[in-house]
Design a protein around this ligand. Sequence first.
Ligand code: FAD
Length: 531
Amino acid sequence: MLDDTQINQINDQYATTGQIQETDLPAIQDMGFKTVICFRPEEEDADTQPNQLKIKEKLKSLGIEYFAIPVIPGNITPDNIHQFKDIYNQSPKPILGHCRSGNRAIKMFEAIQNQSQTHQADACNWTEAYDVVVIGGGAGGIGVAASLLKRRKALRIALVEPNEYHYYQPSWTLVGAGAYQAKKSQRLMSKVMPKGVDWIRASVTKVDPEKNQILLNDQRVLPYVQLIVAPGLVLDWEAIQGLKETLGKNGVTSNYDFEHAQYTWELVKNLKTGKAIFTQPPMPIKCAGAPQKAMYLSSSYWEKQKKLGLIDVEFNNAGPVLFGVADFVPPLMEYVNRYDIRLNFNSNLVEVDGKNKVAYFESKKEDGSVDRIKKDFDMLHVVPPQKAPAFVKDSNLSDDAGWLDVNQVTLQHKKYPNIFGVGDVINSPNAKTAAAARKQIVVVANNLIASKELREMTTKYDGYGACPLTVELGKVVLAEFGFGGRLLPTFPLNPTVARRFSWFLKAVVMPWLYWNLMLKGIEWLAKPKQD
Ligand code: FAD
């Protein structure tokens, strides 16, 4: 039965929740909702989705209006937005919006808000350049803006970010294992935006480094004196044929997305027997350990439920090794053996046929020819290939592979000294993680100010990144390393041992540190090297 804790109150007129059932309708009436909107296509998931007509009739008998707007995940159309805007403006309030997890219901609200905000923003223009413009309000962008203001309060900083919400993505691994509530990984962008920063709600389409200005998607031009590029990376779902259409249903999931991480847990809980395939695309990807973390935690749950013997677990990795830092391979292999996981290297997922539960992999042979292998699955956890955002890739800011071309020690752009980079977008050969961004933020904040004040840049990045490998429910191998795979453990403990203490760090300490310190410019556990 639905209760208050499952309701996400957006404002006093609108709230969201996950899939509702007939048995929830009296509770919806008791909570005072006057309208319910379903944002799922009919029969998106025949197993858990009740008949919409039945729900409509029952709600009608309770005096509640009901509407259905069929929104495809990740593909909100102008028609969807238009329809919702009309219903929102004309229907009795309060309104309860729902989809499978509640995420589409939130995204739709953001979409109608975005429309009105864009109109307001159209009115303003900038005649004077900002001291610093930051592109992206993720882990790196918010953190570096906060750190700059801690150093120089008077800096005029603008941060360009289109999204209503900010996410703590590292927790999605735990969400997919039922060990963390998804909503705790999500906060309003307005709540994490550092005080004193002008938030420009738009996305960047082009950087013109010769003119020191950027172009926004609403055609405005934003001039800067110094620029920090922190838009993260792009998940290339389309690179795998058939994936987008089937993701989030038919047993196909991914922890690399807020909504789908919740579906992972649904699948893990409900799988009793059959074949579970976990995939890893070619490098680079963010959190290179995350594809196998999902696999270990799922296996650990099935082991605890005494189902592991009936489930065939397989890892298909496009790369040639289990983990890029050799010291961590032996402890991981212990878990591979314990869970009886079949490892396939050089096996790249290229196509998914969700309806028939079949996945196709390509494997390059030594003579250069390619084998195409068909595999049946009951559950498929996919990690998509990843690439730099187009405005970086297709500009003269990037290296040959498309990533922002920075000096890996100072994090200053190699060609444009007033441009710096932080986070997943840069081409420094570190593990793309929030932990890396935590250290990079300090390097960029110090060096950008030094450069502005015509001082030497003395703060050095050592390539630190961290990957807490969740090898079983309650235990983590805390992999911390820098350039060249050099081990950089924070604590004086053998880093290759799975520990409960490290699970506590991952599940409790790190999220707290992220929200309360890193995003607020408090640089604990982030001390950089000085000359
Ligand atoms: P992001 O945090 O992704 O933020 C980028 C921001 O830029 C977004 O808000 C986006 O909307 C915005 N943006 C994009 N394009 C534009 C544009 N054109 N204009 C304006 N804004 C734009 N890290 C760890 O340290 N430990 C872990 O255990 C861990 N596990 C992970 C598990 C999973 C499943 C995932 C998905 C990630 C994990 N990570 C982990 C990685 C970590 O989340 C990322 O490395 C980190 O968020 C990178 O920060 P960023 O600022 O570069 O990018």
